[in-house]
Design a protein around this ligand. Structure first.
Ligand SMILES: [Zn+2]
Length: 99
């Protein structure tokens, strides 16, 4: 048996939603139940980390898209610096956002 876990990202920008794989669970038919039932901790961490990465990427892209233009007139704002900002999440993932 193989179960694939996917995330569907709908950016609501007129393009079709993108389907991304979070992970897959593979179990053999003759697997002894005493070897573990359900998801293993490692599998959940891997899928959660992948989901967090996808979510951070989408949130960063949305933020950058809105932050490059003036909220009042829509004119492109000047770039003040090119250094990166580091944000840490609960899963200890780092996301670097260029300024
Ligand atoms: Zn303006």
């Amino acid at each position: 048996m193989r179960i694939t876990i996917q995330a569907v990202v709908d950016r609501q920008d007129g393009l079709p939603p993108e389907t991304l794989e979070l992970g897959a669970v593979q179990r053999e038919q003759d697997c002894d139940p005493s070897s573990g039932l359900g998801l293993f901790i490692r599998e959940t961490h891997d899928m959660l980390e992948r989901l967090q990465s996808i979510l951070l990427k989408e949130q960063t892209a949305l933020f950058l898209k809105s932050a490059v233009r003036c909220q009042g007139c829509g004119e492109r704002l000047a770039t003040k610096t090119t250094r990166s900002l580091v944000y840490r999440t609960d899963l200890a993932l780092e996301k670097r956002i260029p300024c």
